[in-house]
Design a binder for this molecule. Structure first.
Ligand code: NAP
Length: 331
């Protein structure tokens, strides 16, 4: 497994990370046994970076990870945890809480659910207007000092916030959506991360399955978070799936799959970018890992760029209420 270092100060991790969210939440039913088998297969293949959130499945995702790590060497995993999203009993999102006492409380529960004495990377899921980023990072820094956290990460923040955060404590990585059809970070956020020595853990590399080559129109509408996303709806879906067919021509010519082209493209953005792959099954994981062997030539990259220009996506990446929570989308 190739490895990459997260930022100037972060840990060395596998070139592809595994995101566990869909194993417990948001993407429809998933099998716990197959999810654990997928985590085992990832670890066996040399994947070290495992990303979760305390609110994914209201703690269930962390407990799934604890079960998967039983009998394994804890130090083989770099566990990244997001906190701060509040849920309601119906499963909805009910605000963001980044207050210092809450962060300490969240971490305490996380450590218990994970069955570990430290989290490798701890990060707020979203910025909250009530608590300045300096206070959030300062609070996590005190948890680093105390030995409960090893590195501080961020999620979906813009360049200005990244700069303010990095002035308080080194930031290992910014977790943010980045894919062939979500390229908003290229103008300002990615250059700022590079200037500050902050790595990027890219999520949505397959646009939540939309550009995986496996998405079909009949899947939208099932009880699944994605049925509320603009890119998966109406005419937008038709236009986005047409882009996938353009990619499929390129993939077929290289005798690889659409998902592998999309992941290889993300890997080609720089050694400071680590794609987080949302595989929930071993066959999907195997396909994703195959992207590590895909070499994209200059001609391939030009053909991909022509097939899917930077602003080609139809629809915003979240619905308006969720977009409003994204510091990264503020001018
Ligand atoms: N910081 C944030 O705001 C944020 C937001 C979202 C996610 N994340 C993190 O990023 C991780 C990745 O999630 P994502 O939604 O961005 O993942 P993604 O990789 O863009 O999409 C995952 C979806 O694509 C499907 N898929 C089809 N072929 C696949 C293949 N070969 N490999 C992997 N998946 C394939 C998956 O499996 P099925 O076909 O089985 O459904 C799943 O439904 C999450 O688990 C989470 O840890 C972070």
């Amino acid at each position: 497994m190739d490895t990459r270092t997260l930022g100037a100060t972060g840990p060395r991790v596998s070139a592809l990370g595994l995101g566990l969210m869909g194993m417990s939440d948001l993407y429809g039913p998933a099998s716990s046994a197959e999810s654990i088998a997928t985590i085992h297969a990832a670890l066996d293949a040399g994947v070290t970076l495992l990303d979760t959130g305390d609110w994914y499945g209201m703690g269930a995702n962390e407990m799934l990870l604890r079960d998967a790590l039983k009998g394994r060497n804890r130090d083989d995993a770099v566990i990244s945890v997001k906190f701060g999203v509040l849920r309601d009993p119906a499963g909805g999102v009910n605000g963001i809480d980044n207050r210092p006492a809450s962060i300490k409380n969240f971490l305490t529960y996380t450590l218990r659910r994970l069955g570990t004495d430290h989290v490798d990377i701890y990060r707020p899921s979203r910025l909250s207007p009530e608590v300045p980023i300096e206070e959030v990072v300062g609070t996590i820094a005190s948890l680093v000092q105390a030995g409960y956290v090893r590195n501080i990460g961020l999620s979906e923040v813009g360049a200005g916030t990244l700069r303010r955060a990095a002035a308080v404590h080194p930031i290992s990585d910014l977790q943010i959506e980045y894919s062939l059809i979500s390229r908003g970070i290229e103008d300002e956020i990615l250059p700022t991360a590079r200037e500050l020595g902050v790595g990027v853990t890219a999520y949505g590399v397959l646009s939540r399955g939309l550009i995986s080559g496996h998405w079909t129109k009949d899947k939208t509408g099932q009880p699944d978070f994605r049925s509320h996303l603009p890119r998966f709806s109406g005419d937008n879906l038709d236009r986005n799936l047409a882009l996938v067919e353009e990619l499929r021509r390129i993939a077929d010519a290289k005798d690889v799959t659409v998902a592998q082209v999309a992941i290889a493209w993300a890997l080609s953005r720089g050694t400071d970018v680590v794609p987080l792959i949302g595989a929930r099954r071993r066959d999907r994981l195997a396909e994703a890992l195959g992207a590590l062997d895909v070499v994209l030539t200059t001609d391939d990259l030009a053909a991909i760029e022509a097939a899917v220009p930077a602003d080609a996506a139809a629809g915003a990446r979240y619905d308006p209420s969720q977009m409003a929570l994204l510091d990264s989308e503020r001018a």
